[in-house]
Design a binder for this molecule. Structure first.
Ligand code: 5BU
Length: 245
């Protein structure tokens, strides 16, 4: 009888031993301490909603993912200062899903300037790698999560694209991992959005999988859940449910 053994995933402790980047280490340590691999996506549009959500889900997440440019009343003192305090209180990291996609010089300006001053508060950011290796040099003080594959229907992140994107991402010292709907090399942390327990899509191109599917088949390290949590009647309970899943 020939037995096929399924490739087992490395534990978070094993990944912590080999990880090089301080932000990767902090994420893995937080995951181990809080026994969670959940990132909540806070796609809400006011400061009050953002802070209320962070307070409710904080105990069960390892990071809060923001799209800071959708906050209509953004104000550094009123939005970021209390958000950072909540991150400190509940021990979660801040992930700004900015998806940078330009030349290095422009990305550097978008990262450090404007009203959002992402460099001052984000622990890690998402970036496309379409601008090439040197476009990632500016993200010196944060971890970069490279967009390798997208969850939406018809995305152009084909296997040929992903292969090239991975070459850039995996060779850059600022990169801690990637966003993908496929497995990544073991030395990269895999972040997977498009996770929902109730729906299979949103009617706008988003495609959902269950936490079980992405952990078992993709060996995802961290799931990213947006509407499954913040649209729920009780986001605190929903975060606990996704964490337990
Ligand atoms: P949802 O409400 O769980 O569908 O939100 C998913 C979040 O993840 C949302 O903020 C997206 O911008 C983000 N996302 C995604 O859904 N799919 C992708 O491939 C990438 C990001 Br990259």
């Amino acid at each position: 009888v020939v037995q096929f053994e399924e490739k087992t995933r490395l534990s978070y402790e094993q990944k912590l031993e080999t990880s090089q980047h301080s932000v990767a280490k902090k994420l893995l340590e937080t995951a181990i301490t809080k026994e969670s691999n959940l990132i909540a996506s806070a796609d809400v549009t006011t400061t009050d909603e953002l802070l209320a959500l962070a307070e409710k889900v904080g105990p069960n997440i390892i990071a809060l993912k923001t799209h800071i440019d959708i906050i209509s009343d953004f104000d550094y003192e009123k939005t970021i200062v209390p958000l950072k305090a909540l991150a400190e209180k509940h021990k979660f990291l801040l992930m700004e899903d900015r998806k940078f996609a330009d030349i290095g010089n422009t990305q550097e300006l978008q990262f450090t300037s404007g009203v959002f001053k992402i460099t001052d508060w984000a622990d890690f950011v998402t970036s496309q790698v379409i601008g090439g290796y040197e476009s990632l040099d500016c993200f010196k003080n944060v971890g970069v999560v490279a967009i390798v594959g997208m969850s939406s229907k018809g995305a152009l992140t084909t296997s040929a694209y992903r292969e090239e994107a991975l070459k850039v991402a995996n060779s850059h010292p600022n990169v801690i991992g990637g966003v993908s709907q496929n497995q990544l090399p073991e030395e990269m942390l895999l972040f997977t959005p498009g996770v929902n327990l109730a729906d299979s899509g949103d009617g706008k191109g988003q495609q959902y999988n269950t936490p079980e599917h992405v952990f078992k088949t993709l060996h995802t390290d961290f799931i990213i859940v947006g509407r499954g949590i913040y649209k729920s009647e009780n986001p605190g309970n929903a975060a606990l449910t996704y964490k337990n899943e």
